[in-house]
Design a protein around this ligand. Sequence first.
Ligand code: GLN
Length: 452
Amino acid sequence: TQGFLKAMEEARVLNAYITETPEIALAMADASDKRIAAGEARPMEGLPVGIKDLYCTKGVKTTAASKIIADYVPQYESTVSQNLWDNGAVMLGKLSCDEFAMGSSNETSAFGPVISPWRAKGSTAQLVPGGSSGGSSCAVAARLALGATASDTGGSIRTPAAVTGTTGIKPTYGRCSRYGIVAFASSLDQAGPISSTVRDCAIMLKAMASVDPKDSTSVDIPVPDYEAGLEGGVKGLRIGIPKEYRLEGTAPEITAIWEKGVEWLKAQGAEIVDISLPHTKYALPTYYIIAPAECSSNLARYDGVRYGHRAADPKDLIDLYERSRGEGFGAEVRRRILIGTYVLSAGYYDAYYLRAQKVRALIARDFTEAYKKCDVILTPATPAPAFAIGEKVADPITMYLYDVFTVTVNLAGLPSLVVPAGVNDAGLPLGLQLIGKAFDEATLFRAGRALE
Ligand code: GLN
């Protein structure tokens, strides 16, 4: 813990942490030492982790990387972080992310962008760590935490993992409790870990997952010992390759690593099957209707009256609402609220929101059909490696396109693991995505282990 705290201090230039909690960390580490000495170590005893600043931590500032709740100190702990502490983990601090987890590059944080520790060969350009869990991926990649919590609504665990050479899993919707995690789009949000290896992710997810009476969408299915099943190999496992994921505009090194991934799995005895997910092309437009719709509803509570920043000297109630929200929310969040309000309004609801929900059902059905022929699906994680800070901020559509391989999974509620799969010619990390059947994270870990 002391080593990590020192590394955090020396790497502040990366801007991974919004809040460092050295006193809490040292006290927790001390308590862990005592438990270890007494022979009472729990599964994550003494292991220092960072917490995405979307997770409520009792008595420790939780900002969602937004000005609107920049001073919020929760009175309660999120179930997932509580589960980690109950398993012996040590809290190093709160990690930056995109504002309310809306973004793919960690550039929408009110506290400034997070900078990836990676550089392309021969270049000094600062790169994004992916988003929205960019503080989490940066901290793990730069060894500023052994592991980190993250959350994934449309790719926010997997994209950051893919572009920083780290490992991340978005579990099945309902595997982890959402209680105490600041909501973005409740039917899509899911908690999960980012860490260095598949084994670390397996250990962390086991500790994080639980059914929770405080989240009625959490599911009462036993959480297997993922670590115990890791070395089972992929012999006989049927790996589906969806033809719709061969997309124009994908960087050549991404296509190449995908092909290599197929070869690696085949060489270890997996059976490769061609599959089709015919509604893939509708996933992005569907996601960018449903996610903003739910966001506009969830973020309605920050009105300057009950919650959040309050504008000074309002002339009336409308002025108070407008200025509090205008001052408190950043541009991307405001854009999502406007889109969401529009698609939910009378006259447009049927044309956009209802239609999107129907397409969502078709996307989910594609996977059900595909899983009659295969056990796990292998795809790219992102269409390109990490880009430079500032490169895409002016153009939200290009930013949204970066989620093309990840959003389908959230719409279908499925688990998905991203593992590092090597580097491109510039030495930048490339990830591969494995998508599993509902509640079959164990098979994903096993296949991921075979790709490591
Ligand atoms: N990049 C996607 C978005 O901006 C996904 C974000 C997330 O998973 N939280 O909505």
